[in-house]
Write a protein that binds this ligand. Structure first.
Ligand code: SF4
Ligand code: SF4
Length: 436
C-alpha cells in the first residue's frame, strides 16, 4: 500500500502488529470460500510466525501460503495496519527457498518463469496459439497433458496474427501538457497490443507526448509476487535503466499488478547501494494510467458511448495502490456511458498473476463467483485494468455461457474520444449493444 509507511524488514515486528482480532477474515476470498482458519489472513500470519520459529516449511504450511492470492484485500480491512504485503513477501521467499515442490509444480513454475517475463519468447508462441485457438482447440485440447490444457484454456484470445508494437514516440494531439513514458508489459504488449494502443491514444488526446523505450523488459512483478526476489531485482534494474534516459516526467503503467510492483521498487532495491536512490526516484514518477489521467484532469473532446459498463477493480489497483475512485470518475465522464457496479468489488476474481495456473481449482471457484456477479449487472461490457483479470473473467464468463466482452478501462475511454480513429475492440464508438 503506497499510503502506509514502510516498516522495513523486521519480521518479528511485522508479526507482532497482528492482534488476532479477525476483522480481516470476511475480506479474504479464500476464507470466504471455505471458512478455514489456515486459509485466512490471521491464520497465515500465524503460519508465518511458526515458520520463522522453526526455520523450516512443512508441505501443509506451504500449501496454505501458496493458496493465498496475494490480493491484499486483508490490508484495508485491518484496523491495526498490519503489513500483510511484507509478511507474505517474506513467506513466499521462505517457501521458495525451503520447500521442495512436486515434479508437476516444478515443471509448471519453470515453464511459466521461462516464458511469461520474456516478451520475445511470448511473441514466438503467439502464432502457434492463434492456430491452436482457431483450428485445433476443439479437436485436440482433450489430448493435451493437464498442465498444457489448463494453460491453453486460460491463454488470451489471439485476435489476429500481427501483434504490432507502439511507435517509440506518439505526439500529443493538441498542446503538450506532459511527457510520459509508457510501460508496455510482457503479456500486455504481446497479447493485448490493442490495450497499449488505446492507452497511448487516450494519453495523446489528453495532451501527453508518449515515449516507449525500446529496451524495456519485464518489470519483475510475477517474480516478486512468487518469492523470486533476486530475479525481480534484476528485472527492476533493467526497467529503471530503460526509462532513465527517456526524458519522461511521469511513467505510466496500465497493468495493475505491474504498477504495484514498480511503485515498490524503492523497497525492492533498498539494500542495493548502487540502485536504492535510483529506484526510489524512478518509483516516485510511476502512476497507473487512470491515476495519471485523473491527476492531469480532462482536456480531450469526448463523443458519446452508449454502453452500460460494469467495472471490476483489479486487486493490485484497489488494495495494492489504493486506486478506487479514479477509474470510475473517468468512465463516468464519458457521455452516454452508464457505469454499473459489480457486487463484492474488493473480492479477487482468482487471477492474481499466475495464481489461476498454479491453483486452478480455487481460481475457478472465484472466477465463477465473479462471472455470476458480472452477469447480474446486466452490463454490455466489463471493464477492468489488468490483463490477468481480463483473461480470468473472460474465461469464467464463457464457462457460464455469457459472451459479455471484457475490455481494459483504457479501451473504453478510447471509444469516447472525439476526432480519433475507432479503437480496436468489440464495440465501435457510440453504439449501445443489445440488452443482455
Ligand atoms: S491482520 Fe489485522 S484484522 Fe487480521 S487478525 Fe491481524 S490485526 Fe486483526
Ligand atoms: S492476500 Fe488476499 S487471499 Fe491472501 S490472506 Fe490477504 S485477503 Fe486472503
Amino acid at each position: 500500500m503506497t499510503d502506509r509507511p514502510d516498516p522495513g524488514d523486521d519480521l518479528r515486528g511485522l508479526l507482532a502488529d497482528c492482534v488476532h482480532c479477525g476483522f480481516c477474515l470476511s475480506a479474504c476470498p479464500t476464507y470466504l470460500l471455505d471458512a478455514a482458519e489456515p486459509d485466512s489472513p490471521r491464520g497465515r500470519i500465524q503460519l508465518i510466525g511458526q515458520i520463522a520459529d522453526a526455520g523450516t516449511v512443512t508441505p501443509v504450511q506451504a500449501a496454505h501460503l501458496d493458496n493465498c492470492l496475494g490480493c491484499l484485500a486483508c490490508m484495508p480491512a485491518c484496523p491495526s495496519g498490519v503489513r500483510y504485503d511484507r509478511l507474505i513477501e517474506h513467506a513466499r521467499e521462505q517457501v521458495e527457498e525451503g520447500h521442495s515442490r512436486s515434479r508437476r509444480e516444478r515443471i509448471l513454475r519453470g515453464f511459466v518463469f521461462a516464458l511469461f517475463p520474456h516478451p520475445a519468447r511470448l511473441r514466438l508462441i503467439r502464432p502457434a496459439l492463434w492456430v491452436y485457438q482457431r483450428f485445433l482447440a476443439r479437436l485436440v485440447s482433450r489430448l493435451l497433458p493437464g498442465v498444457l490444457r489448463d494453460m491453453a484454456a486460460l491463454a488470451p484470445e489471439v485476435r489476429n496474427l500481427r501483434s504490432g508494437s507502439l511507435p517509440a514516440l506518439t505526439p500529443p494531439t493538441g498542446p503538450r501538457r506532459a511527457v510520459v513514458g509508457l510501460v508496455t508489459g510482457c503479456v500486455q504488449r504481446v497479447f493485448f497490443p490493442e490495450v497499449n494502443r488505446a492507452t497511448a491514444q487516450v494519453l495523446a488526446a489528453e495532451g501527453c507526448e508518449v515515449r516507449v523505450p525500446r529496451a524495456q523488459g519485464c518489470c519483475g512483478a510475477l517474480s516478486a509476487h512468487a518469492g523470486r526476489t533476486e530475479e525481480a531485482r534484476r528485472f527492476a534494474r533493467g526497467l529503471i535503466e530503460a526509462f532513465e534516459d527517456s526524458g519522461a516526467d511521469i511513467v505510466v503503467v496500465n497493468a495493475a499488478g505491474c504498477g504495484a510492483t514498480v511503485k515498490d521498487y524503492g523497497h525492492l532495491l533498498a539494500d542495493d547501494p548502487e540502485w536504492a536512490d535510483r529506484a526510489t526516484r524512478f518509483a516516485a514518477k510511476v502512476r497507473d494510467a487512470t491515476e495519471w489521467l485523473a491527476e492531469l484532469g480532462p482536456g480531450a473532446a469526448k463523443r458519446p458511448v452508449e454502453l452500460n459498463v460494469a467495472y471490476q477493480d483489479a486487486c493490485h489497483l484497489r488494495n495494492g495502490q489504493g486506486i478506487v475512485g479514479q477509474p470510475r470518475t473517468l468512465l463516468n465522464a464519458v457521455p452516454g456511458l452508464e457505469l454499473r457496479e459489480v457486487a463484492e468489488p474488493g473480492v479477487c476474481c482468482g487471477s492474481a498473476g499466475i495464481y489461476n495456473l498454479l491453483q486452478p481449482d480455487t481460481a475457478a471457484r472465484l472466477g465463477d463467483r465473479k462471472a455470476e456477479q458480472v452477469r447480474a449487472t446486466g452490463a454490455d461490457v466489463l471493464a477492468t485494468a489488468n490483463p490477468g483479470c481480463a483473461m480470468q473473467i473472460r474465461q469464467a464468463l464463457r464457462r457460464s455461457g455469457s459472451d459479455i466482452p471484457v475490455m481494459h478501462v483504457m479501451e473504453v475511454l478510447a471509444l469516447g474520444l472525439a476526432d480519433q480513429p475507432d479503437a480496436e475492440g468489440p464495440f465501435s464508438a457510440g453504439r449501445r449493444s443489445s440488452s443482455r
